[in-house]
Design a protein around this ligand. Structure first.
Ligand SMILES: *Cc1c(COP(=O)(O)O)cnc(C)c1O
Length: 299
C-alpha cells in the first residue's frame, strides 16, 4: 500500500458545479495512479506463492505507462522484469525513448516484436509461459480480473458523496473497477482516449453493472496530440498548478470542461475526477512535438 496520502482537491469553476480531483498521480512518479492499483493484487498474489526466481513479463507500446509502472515496481520489489515491446523498429533506437530508457535503468529487459506478432498476444503469451513456466505474465495495460478488483482502493469514504465519478479509459479495466465499486446513486463517466467501439461490452463484462457511460475523448486517436489539447494542458497547469498528461488525463479533462460548459451536468452536481498519472509520458510526447516544431507541454 502506498504510504502517501492521496488528496482530493477542488478545481474552482465559475459555475454552480463542484469539481474535485483525486490525485492518484502522487502515488509514485512512474508507478502512478491506476497502474499501481491494477498491479496490486496481481503482483501480491504472485509473491504470496513465493516463486523461486520471481519474474514478471508484460506487454506495451514504447511510451506505455504500464511498462514504466511494471519496471519501477520491479525495482522497488527487486523482481526481474521483461517488457514485450510493440514494434521491431524500436530495437535499434530504444535508448532515445525516455520511457524505455528509464524502464531499463529500473532493471527491465526488453524483447521487441513485430506489430503483427504483437497483435496475436494469445500465441505470444502461450510461448512465453512455456519458456518461463514460473513467470507472472500480465496482459497489456494490466487489465484482468485482479486489476479490476484492485481499483476498489481508489474509492474511499470521502468519495461516496459525489454524484459523478470521471475517469480516462484506455483498456477499460479502471473504469470497470470504478463502476463495480461505486455507490448505488453514483454515475460513472468513462472518457475514451482510444477509438474502440468494443470497449462498452468489455467494460460491462468486467464490471457487471450498468451505472457507467463511455464518452468519446480520443481527440484524433490514441496517442495523437492536438494543439488544442497542448494549450489546454498548459493553461490548466498555469491556472490550477496541476500537471496533466497528453494521452489520458489531459484529454479527459478537456472533454469534461466542454461538457460542463455545455451544461451537461445539472446545477449543483458534485463531480469527482481521478488524476490517473501518466506524467512520465510527457518526456516522450515533448520529443515528438519538438521534432514537429510544435508547442511543447510545459513540465
Ligand atoms: C492506463 C491509464 C489509464 C486507463 O486505464 P485503463 O484501465 O487501461 O482503461 C488512464 N490514465 C492513465 C494515466 C493511464 O496510464
Amino acid at each position: 500500500m502506498p504510504t502517501v496520502s492521496i488528496p482530493i482537491i477542488q478545481i474552482p469553476l465559475q459555475k454552480n458545479i463542484h469539481l474535485f480531483l483525486k490525485r492518484e498521480d502522487l502515488i509514485h512518479a512512474q508507478i502512478s495512479g491506476n497502474k499501481y492499483w491494477k498491479l496490486f493484487y496481481n503482483i501480491n498474489s504472485y509473491l504470496e506463492q513465493s516463486p523461486e526466481n520471481p519474474f514478471i513479463i508484460t506487454f506495451g507500446g514504447a511510451f506505455s505507462n504500464h511498462i514504466a509502472a511494471v519496471a519501477a515496481l520491479g525495482k522497488v520489489y527487486q523482481l526481474k522484469t521483461l517488457g514485450i515491446i510493440r514494434g521491431e523498429e524500436i530495437q535499434d533506437k530504444w535508448k532515445e525513448n525516455p520511457t524505455l530508457k528509464l524502464a531499463q535503468q529500473n532493471g527491465m529487459d526488453f524483447q521487441f516484436v513485430t506489430r503483427s506478432a504483437y497483435k496475436d498476444k494469445y500465441a505470444l503469451t502461450q510461448s512465453l509461459q512455456k519458456e518461463f513456466p514460473t513467470a507472472l505474465i500480465i496482459p497489456e495495460g494490466g487489465t484482468n480480473e485482479s486489476a479490476v478488483e484492485g481499483i476498489q482502493f481508489m474509492l474511499k469514504e470521502e468519495t461516496k458523496s459525489f454524484d459523478y465519478l470521471c475517469i480516462a479509459v484506455g483498456t477499460g479495466g479502471t473504469v470497470a473497477g470504478i463502476s463495480r465499486f461505486a455507490e448505488k446513486n453514483q454515475q460513472v463517466l468513462g472518457f475514451k482516449v482510444v477509438d474502440d467501439r468494443s470497449l462498452n461490452d468489455k467494460v460491462l463484462e468486467l464490471s457487471k453493472r450498468k451505472n457507467f457511460k463511455l464518452l468519446e475523448a480520443h481527440d484524433g486517436g490514441y496517442g495523437k496530440i492536438s494543439d488544442e489539447n497542448i494549450r489546454f494542458i498548459n493553461d490548466f497547469n498555469e491556472i490550477y498548478n496541476i500537471q496533466l498528461d497528453p494521452i489520458y488525463t489531459g484529454k479527459m479533462m478537456m472533454m469534461l470542461f466542454k461538457l460542463i460548459n455545455e451544461d451537461y451536468f445539472p446545477a449543483g452536481s458534485k463531480i469527482l475526477t481521478f488524476h490517473t498519472g501518466g506524467l512520465q509520458g510527457i518526456f516522450g510526447a515533448n520529443e515528438l512535438l519538438k521534432k514537429q516544431n510544435r508547442e511543447l507541454i510545459r513540465f
